[in-house]
Design a protein around this ligand. Structure first.
Ligand code: F6P
Length: 342
């Protein structure tokens, strides 16, 4: 069998571990060949590929990023390019394609699958917002990095009796904010799922200082927004992929808080440091298991599926189900966090 593999969307720690796992499983267990397409769907649209054998993936387990490169492609281009992508796959004699990606990549995988291309998807994203799987690899690494950095901010905030707002990634889902906030003992956690009430944030900050606390740490997901009409908020518009362009919610909230509380406020944006570098052992293991099970599914003819973690087991879920909606933070999970904030 010949397997095609690509990594799409924003990169994420563990992508190289999956590529290695797919190549080793295909080569060693099935005697199959693997062709990697470069820079996500662009590699299929532009017919750019590289053969991947066991030697080519040596040393990839611990390396961050993706050796195949990644890119975002606008959904219209993908829809318009289905015939070209199919032609590339035919030219390389690909029997099954394994796209590794987040919401956008898996949605495109579903479209291709509906068009008759045999596909087995693998979910990745530091945002952990893919439905149908308990976790995506990359998330644990991002949370670990964010937690370590927030731990460090506690001591400097304390020394200066400041409010420190830490902006973490999380476009539509606040999982990183929720977990890193809980792990690092943040006093405030703001997520995209629930617009925040600025009056409430001001009250919380004033109360903490009034009862003698030395500082306040707030974790703010980049996609968090104020309740409409409660604070002037500059929007960043929409990019070419239809994504909201972020305009610095932590900075904007910080300015408002400084004005209304009289306290010194600083905003720190963690940004891409959350996505770079080597994956945690948890993510290496999850990525390796996803690669193994996806390659097995490809050989057993389970197409149109995505590998998923359910409890401790790896299962298959239909791609249609996985991309039907995003997995966002539930009110129950927010309530758990609120028991330790405020
Ligand atoms: O989708 C994952 C993600 O890390 C988001 O949390 C973040 O908004 C986005 O990627 C950033 O993407 P880019 O690399 O295009 O700046």
């Amino acid at each position: 069998m010949r397997i095609g593999v690509l990594t799409g969307g924003g990169d994420c720690p563990g992508l190289n571990a999956v590529i290695r796992s797919v190549v080793r499983t295909a080569g060693v267990h099935y005697g199959s060949e693997v062709i990697g397409f470069r820079d996500g769907w662009r590699g299929l649209l532009e017919n750019r590929s590289t053969p991947l054998d066991v030697a080519a993936v040596d040393g990839l387990l611990t390396r961050g990023g993706t050796t195949l490169g990644s890119a975002r492609v606008a959904p219209e281009k993908l829809h318009a390019g289905i015939d070209e992508m199919r032609a590339t796959l035919d030219q390389h004699g690909i029997d099954v394609l394994i796209p590794i990606g987040g919401e956008g990549t898996l949605t495109a995988a579903h479209v291709l699958s509906e068009a008759g291309v045999p596909v087995v998807g693998i979910p990745k994203t530091i945002d952990n917002d893919i439905d149908g799987t308990d976790l995506t690899f990359g998330f644990d690494t991002a949370v670990s990095i964010a937690t370590e950095l927030i731990d460090r901010l506690h001591t400097t905030a304390e020394s200066h009796q400041r409010v420190l707002l830490v902006e973490v990634m999380g476009r539509h889902a606040g999982w990183i904010a929720l977990h890193a906030g809980l792990a690092a003992g943040a006093h405030l956690t703001l997520v995209p799922e629930e617009p925040f009430d600025v009056d409430e944030v001001v009250r919380l900050v004033c109360e903490r200082f009034a009862r003698g606390d030395s500082h306040v740490i707030g974790v703010v997901a980049e996609g968090a927004m104020p309740l409409p009409g409660t604070m002037a908020f500059r929007e960043g518009g929409i990019d070419e992929f239809g994504h909201r362009r972020f305009s610095g919610v932590a900075q904007q909230l910080g300015e408002e808080l400084e004005r209304r509380t009289g306290k010194e406020v600083r905003a720190t944006v963690l940004g891409h440091v959350q996505r770079g570098g080597t994956p945690t052992s948890f993510d290496r293991v999850l990525a390796t298991r996803f690669g193994l099970h996806a390659t097995t599914a490809a050989h057993e003819g389970h197409h149109g599926q995505m590998v998923a973690l359910r409890g401790t087991e790896i299962e298959l879920v239909p791609l249609a189900r996985a991309v039907a909606r995003l997995k966002t933070v539930t009110p129950a999970r927010l309530a758990e966090t609120r028991a330790f904030t405020g």
